[in-house]
Design a protein around this ligand. Sequence first.
Ligand code: SF4
Ligand code: SF4
Length: 306
Amino acid sequence: MAETRNAVTGVVTDIQRFSIHDGPGIRTTVFVKGCPLRCFWCHNPEALEPRPQLQYFPDRCIGCGACVDACPEAAHAIHDGIHRFDRSRCTGCGLCVETCYARALLMAGEVKSADEIVEVVLRDTAFYETSGGGVTISGGEPLQQPRFTRAVLAACREAGVHTAIETAGHVAWDHLLTVLPETDLVMMDIKTMHTEAHRKATGVSNERILENARRVSENGTPLIIRTPIVPGVNDTVESIDAIAGFAAGLRSLVTYELLRFHMMAGAKYAALGMACQAAELTPPDDELMARLTAAAARRGIAVTHT
Ligand code: SF4
Ligand code: SF4
């Protein structure tokens, strides 16, 4: 029996309507949870782990104690009128979130059916038509949940909506093959061509990513290669020239995009009980972004930067 979309579920951290940074035109971007990379500058730390996680924002807590009664694991306590949260006890059940009217407790990640997502995406079809936009599945890594990503993209496409994915590319080729037939555009990150530097910065080698970029290109799917410019990782002409040289060899390349690093996720790291290793990094200035863009363009490809 054919699988219904409603039966396909995924873990989603957010659905952003009217997004203008995740592909052409006005888009709805769906952020799925779970990523095999651990880039130390990641600005979506809530999307790294595949399971739902509790976020705690102490500055919003009014010390009401409602969460203490709600939690079956005794993860919350009030001592001397001050709320304490023991993350090691938390199973992520979400019961305390419903009792916290101050919104000091929020769940990152919710199980959604493909139908629920598609219903939200299709609300804005008029905007996609006038702007050349569509839907983008981002993350996290959308190819960690290939059946869910495919189900959403297939339904959107059936309704005439342009479909795109944002991927870090470190996935089995089978997962890409599952999704590519329903995908109009692939946006793939390449952080550095240097394998050891890549491993150090992201926790994984770049070999599978480069191989997947080549295979997507051979498949003929339009491809945007993107590089977040991160101080100490790839903010040199040599590093960007090497990536641009690789991108120039991809026959389905549309554009090479350089994305200026910004660290805006400090509060999210704290809310998840995680250390933010990029808090002290300074974003690249305009002069450096222009110099790197010019270096990449010398490879004869279309280059943009933010
Ligand atoms: S999510 Fe569940 S286990 Fe975790 S603190 Fe809240 S109630 Fe307790
Ligand atoms: S329910 Fe929310 S506001 Fe009340 S003590 Fe717990 S975390 Fe603080």
